[in-house]
Design a protein around this ligand. Structure first.
Ligand SMILES: [Zn+2]
Length: 342
């Protein structure tokens, strides 16, 4: 990646400008970030922005996200884009050289003799950690400063040496409220970029693929923890006893909104409730039930719940999901269920 046209890529650290930001100003900053005045040698700014969006609720009280957190997401995204979907991440050059990130991923694949369509989640933990480390060391050099500069120095403060970003609280509040729209803006420009640098045959279903690159197919670890360690033996929604072999793991706040797997958002349910609830919220009383459940887990084994989790944050995320278009409230009942629009 040459920085000639990409502003800010070589900054070692940056500090967000402390200033009042109106909604109009914030929209104009994000529109600018996704406009064609911003240069892209590779697709990495889109991937890094998605990593931030998908990690929003994992930020700590000071809105800090570590490079380890962000580049874990980032690596997962690119593992699936490059190796599973075979998408190039920059325009073809005369010498056919790929980006450093593409080389790191393909090298790990060859060295481990892994089959090409294996998903990132299926790799062994120590292998994931070592690949993420390589990606972080390479990619933090350019993308963190470049995205900072594209946001007119407003999105976050960062330090490459201490390896963190700290989100600007005003921007954070805006991002939580408009997460889905910002996600769509990012996908749209990202897809346009990928279509430009790839063959038509590899860009089939591109938007769907972008949206699902971090979707896990195997949530059985949560089933094991909740059923065995914390003895959840009843459906979280209807209270029916769970039968072995028919225990579903449900994202209480829909995955399509949160884009992340966290124990504090996972509940066990019967297949009927899981399938009928689908991509919807449930009434507020279930939020309070989940808070009680999480309190119980923290009391018994606090290490199972991320330290950035707070009861108040769960209530807020539920509220933010409503702000982001999750208007259907699903309620299980004795005779079936109801869906109400709010
Ligand atoms: Zn049920």
């Amino acid at each position: 990646m040459k920085g000639k046209t990409m502003a800010g890529y070589d900054l070692k650290e940056g500090f967000y400008i402390k200033q009042q930001l109106s909604e109009d100003k914030l929209w104009s900053i994000f529109s600018g970030m996704f406009s064609n005045k911003v240069s892209h040698d590779t697709s990495y700014k889109y991937g890094f922005f998605k990593s931030i969006l998908d990690s929003l609720y994992n930020a700590d009280d000071n809105l800090v996200l570590t490079f380890d957190q962000l580049f874990y997401k980032f690596t997962e995204i690119y593992w699936n884009l490059v190796l599973k979907h075979h998408l190039r991440q920059k325009a073809k050059t005369k010498d056919g050289r790929e980006t450093a990130l593409e080389r790191i991923l393909k090298d790990s694949l060859h060295r481990q003799e892994i089959i090409a369509d294996v998903s990132f989640e299926a790799l062994a933990d120590d292998l994931k950690v070592s690949i993420c480390h390589k990606v972080k060391m390479k990619c933090k050099e350019n993308v963190v400063g470049a995205l900072f500069r594209d946001s007119d120095d407003t999105l976050y403060s960062f330090s490459k040496k201490s390896e963190y970003i700290q989100l600007n609280p005003l921007v954070y509040a805006f991002m939580t409220k408009h997460k889905k729209i910002l996600e769509k803006m990012n996908y749209f420009e990202w897809a346009k970029y990928l279509e430009k640098v790839n063959e038509e045959s590899s860009t089939k279903n591109l938007l769907n693929n972008l949206d699902s690159i971090t979707l896990r197919s195997d949530l059985s670890i949560y089933r094991k923890i909740l059923f065995e360690e914390f003895e959840e033996h009843e459906c979280f929604y209807c209270g029916k006893e769970l039968k072995p072999g028919e225990i579903h793991v449900d994202h209480f706040i829909p995955w399509s909104f949160i884009k992340d797997d966290n124990l504090w958002n996972m509940v066990l349910s019967c297949p009927q409730c899981n399938l009928k609830k689908s991509d919807r919220l449930t009434p507020g009383v279930y939020v309070e039930n989940l808070i009680q459940r999480n309190d119980m887990i923290i009391e018994q084994n606090a290490s199972q719940i991320s330290s950035s989790y707070k009861n108040e944050k769960l209530r807020l995320i539920y509220y933010w999901a409503k702000c982001n278009g999750y208007h259907e409230i699903w309620t299980p009942g004795k005779k079936g269920y109801t869906i109400e629009k709010v």
